[in-house]
Ligand binder design. Structure first.
Ligand code: HAM
Length: 415
């Protein structure tokens, strides 16, 4: 029989990695709380049409990266490739946007699925911290959202990160940039990669962030959106930049930052790391004022971001000291007669809130001490024939090496 393995691009998060993941998730929840965000958990499966309409038919995600299947009732469902569309669906469906209400600030943590070629920092199942704010059109909230993202990354002690910023304009000014792009690329089609040749007719903006070297060379001289911004979009991004300065952040302007999802307008940003190789985007986001109404909701401006947690785990991997805390006690059973008393004492100590580890068979003192050491227990309770006869367990503190006796029938003696 062939060996069973996880599907390509799907990974277990093993017990050794859990402390890193807990650190990330705890920092996410802490910083979300500090920035006044509430948690939402939406389903991992949504109707396929949500993503086709939400993310855009002409995006790589919708064109080739979605896990889509028909369920037994014939409905087309898709494993969520990102969190924003599902959160927008939930917000509309649950009527969470009251007219004239205060901004709604939500965050989510969980797995996403994209059928991409796996490599370092890129998986088919990966996890995101996602944050979204609805009903605030102003530039300050864009900066607040970026501030939350940055505070989260700083809480994890990460350095060597760059914040890139661009404006993608709005439905008023963007068409003029699009026109200029199409004109610029006319006659250059043959120099473009096959993907860009296809994109030129339906999504020319994406030509700007193609990784192919010939496409990059052309993109470097392409017309930039900044020169086409309408006064309102210009003022908005100016306001975002100023507010970021107030937060002590110095974004780098990047005219080729266009994002891989179609819903963005105005502010677009990414956080890049110099330590991740090709998959260097740690986080990305921006404003998407038209999405809520495009999905059938009220006219509600919105802005948000998502961070890839695998990439953070990679950056944190080198950090020392990220191991799970060992148990308070390891109960070392040195004689079969100690099994019953050890079992009862273990239960009684756990009921009092202590973490206790034990192996339910008698072993030599040497092997039991080795085991206590391996799991980094703070104290060992030794129960052998002598202890059973005297009613007194031997308790050794593995840090101070001090040893004492305690009546094993009385769990209070261990508190
Ligand atoms: P995104 O740029 O597609 O944006 O993804 C955000 C982050 O998720 C990326 O910067 C990266 O760290 C991580 N990521 C994406 N794909 C993979 C993968 N295959 N393996 C590992 N990590 C990955 C969004 O998803 C938008 N929904 C962000 C947003 C929220 N915009 C507004 N609100």
């Amino acid at each position: 029989m062939s060996r069973l393995t996880a599907a390509r691009g799907f990974k277990d998060i093993s017990p050794q990695d859990i402390p890193t993941w807990r650190l990330i998730e705890d920092a996410a929840r802490k910083m979300a709380g500090l920035h006044d965000f509430q948690e939402i958990r939406t389903p991992i499966l949504e109707r396929t049409s949500l993503f086709a309409r939400g993310i855009g038919d002409a995006t790589d995600i919708v064109e080739k990266e979605m896990y889509t299947f028909a369920d037994k009732g014939g409905d087309s469902l898709t494993l969520r490739p990102e969190a924003t569309a599902g959160i927008v669906r939930a917000v509309i469906e649950r009527g969470m946007l009251e007219s004239g209400g205060r901004p709604l600030k939500l965050f989510a943590l969980g797995p996403m699925f994209r059928y991409e070629r796996p490599q370092m920092g890129r998986q088919r199942q990966f996890h995101q911290l996602d944050a979204e704010v609805f009903q605030d059109p102003g530039p300050l909230v864009d900066a607040e959202v970026i501030g939350f993202l940055w505070a989260f990354l700083r809480e994890l002690g990460l350095g060597g990160l760059t914040l890139s910023l661009n404006s993608l304009g709005c439905p008023q000014c963007r068409p003029r940039h699009r026109e200029a792009l199409v004109k610029y690329y006319q006659g250059e089609e043959k120099a473009l990669c096959p993907d860009c040749q296809r994109r030129l007719s339906h999504n020319p903006l994406r030509l700007l962030d193609c990784k192919n070297s010939d496409c990059r060379a052309l993109a470097g001289k392409a017309p930039v959106m900044k020169e086409f911004l309408c006064p309102e979009c210009g003022a908005h991004i100016e306001g975002v930049s100023l507010a970021l300065t107030d937060l002590g952040l110095a974004p780098v302007w990047d005219s080729t930052l266009v994002r891989g999802l179609d819903y963005y307008c105005r502010t677009a940003f990414e956080v890049l790391s110099g330590d991740l190789g090709a998959q260097n985007a740690v986080a990305g986001g921006g404003r998407y004022d038209g999405l809520v109404s495009a999905l059938g909701g009220p006219d509600a401006p919105a802005v948000g971001f998502a961070v890839g947690l695998e990439r953070l785990a990679l950056l944190l991997k080198e950090r020392a000291g990220l191991s799970a805390a060992g148990p308070d006690y390891y109960v070392a059973i040195l004689d079969p007669a100690a099994l019953g008393p050890a079992f009862r004492l273990t239960g009684a100590l756990r009921a009092r809130g202590f973490t206790v580890a034990a192996d339910w068979e008698a072993g030599s003192l040497k092997s039991r001490l080795r085991r206590a050491d391996k799991i980094a227990a703070k104290k060992v309770i030794m129960l052998g024939a002598d202890e059973i006869a005297s009613g007194q367990a031997t308790v050794r503190d593995l840090l101070t090496k001090e040893q004492a006796s305690a009546p094993f029938a009385d769990p209070e003696a261990f508190a």
